[in-house]
Design a protein around this ligand. Structure first.
Ligand code: ATP
Ligand code: MG
Length: 424
């Protein structure tokens, strides 16, 4: 998969950008605060409809046009995306042909009842589509200097990471997740009403049934995806990154139990591990998982009513790393955590390539400077052998002249891009 052209209007410090990209590696090179990260952010935003940095859409619209007096401000992100032709390894006969699509995201500011709000519109090949239809059209894997926080930080970020990774590859997962979140909101509202008025038990039962149908698909698909990803991650970690010295285990912790997932260093998650093992054995049987989750909803109903929120379910799942049997977030060194993250990302590229039959676009923000020589060479080697990659740097000396010669280099200066000659 390749972005051959990107067009930005009023996005961050790009008031207007029209830029062609070649396949292979492109290095975005420039001083601090010139727009390197903003460019990667725009591609990630188009791919996932989310920004890894901004909390509100207001932040990503160019300041200069972001005048509160203007009734309508439209930020536009448009990418020409080419995919294939490739033959997915698992479907030898169904050869796919090359396709070119234009995908677009518009951010429209509206003045409503004296306040400002933003509406987003998604367009594929000039046809308006739902926002979630954009997912999968442009598949990306993002590397950030802050990725380590995934290991040490809160579970919500890990779930988000897992969801974005899976939604890009699995349309059924995406639809179930979207339905699940809506039904979950309805069930939580019904719990509160019932707690206040004592009425609406039947509504809760009905919503529990519907919640369980979508939850079962999500649990099963997460379990299967994480099982494959974990295998791939541990092989890369063992063979390529630690020279056979350390073993890593990535485990998926489904909240398919009435027990909370403990986070502290001494958390005893035996009950949780039991439900993870159970799910692994039953991940091909959506019906069995549906039943099991319904039983748990029954068990937790009283405390759900008391708290006004649904406590068990995929919205409380987590995943974590173990190195030589110890929880990496609590007992691992920074270097060990970094290595685990790198293994996970390389595995993610492999998984997405396998699922879609076409490598995703890699976006790497300042990653070269974060890694030691050995890991940097390994990562750059991986990048060179994948599809298209865009990486940012303030310092070209991180890269060998062979790597630079094989890459295109673009200078980023105050929101303007200039192609540099290969000899730089
Ligand atoms: N909404 C916005 N409108 C205009 N400019 C913005 C907006 N949001 C951020 N900027 C500016 O864009 C500039 C470039 O930011 P960016 O993060 O892309 O820099 P960078 O080239 O990655 O720098 P660094 O090497 O320090 O990471 C910054 O000066 C930032 O203040
Ligand atoms: Mg930056």
């Amino acid at each position: 998969m390749v972005i051959s052209h990107l067009s930005l209007t009023a996005f961050r410090n790009y008031s207007r950008l029209e830029q062609d990209f070649s396949d292979g590696v492109t290095i975005l090179y420039g001083d601090n605060a010139q727009g390197k990260t903003n460019l990667l952010e725009s591609i990630y935003y188009l791919a996932t409809t989310r920004s890894p940095y901004a909390e509100t859409d207001q932040q990503i619209i160019n300041w200069d046009v972001n005048d509160p007096e203007e009734p309508i401000v439209v930020a536009r992100l448009v990418a020409t995306v080419e995919s294939g032709p490739t033959t997915p390894p698992d479907h030898a006969e169904s050869e796919t042909t090359a396709t070119t699509k234009t995908i677009e995201l518009r951010l429209i500011r509206e003045l409503k009842n004296g306040g400002v709000s933003f509406r987003r519109e998604a367009v594929i090949d000039r046809r308006k589509v739902r926002l979630m239809d954009l997912l999968g059209e442009l598949r990306v894997v993002l590397f950030l200097p802050t990725d380590l926080e995934l290991i040490t930080g809160a579970p919500a970020a890990r779930r988000r990471y897992l969801d974005i990774m899976m939604c890009q590859a699995d349309g059924v997962y995406l639809r179930n997740l979207s339905a699940y979140n809506k039904i979950l909101d309805q069930r939580n509202a019904a719990l509160k009403t019932c707690a206040e008025t004592g009425r609406g038990k039947e509504v809760i039962n009905l919503l529990s049934d519907r919640l369980a149908e979508t939850a079962a698909e999500i649990f099963c698909r997460r379990a299967r995806f994480m099982h494959d990803l974990a295998q791939e991650t541990s092989i890369i970690h063992y063979e390529n990154l630690t020279g056979g010295k350390e073993t890593i285990k990535l485990s998926y912790l489904p909240r398919l139990t009435k027990e909370k997932i403990g986070r502290g260093a001494n958390a005893n998650n035996a009950e949780l591990q039991k439900s993870a093992d159970w799910l692994n054995e039953h991940s091909d049987s959506v019906e069995a998982v549906n039943q099991k989750y319904l039983e748990i909803l029954q068990l937790t109903l009283d405390s759900d009513l008391a708290s006004g929120v649904t406590q068990a379910g995929p919205h409380r799942d987590d995943w974590r790393f173990w190195v030589d049997g110890r929880h990496l977030a609590h007992f691992g060194s920074r270097g060990q955590q970094r290595t685990a993250m790198l293994a996970l990302k390389i595995a993610e590229i492999k998984r997405l390539t396998k699922e879609a039959g076409d490598p995703p676009i890699l976006l790497l923000d300042e990653v070269a400077s974060e890694l030691d020589e050995h890991r940097r060479l390994l990562l750059l080697d991986q990048i060179s052998n994948s599809g298209q990659a865009l990486l940012t740097t303030t310092d070209l000396s991180f890269f060998s002249s062979a790597f630079l010669n094989e890459s295109s280099t673009i200078q980023v200066s105050n929101g303007l891009l200039t192609n540099l000659e290969p000899s730089v």
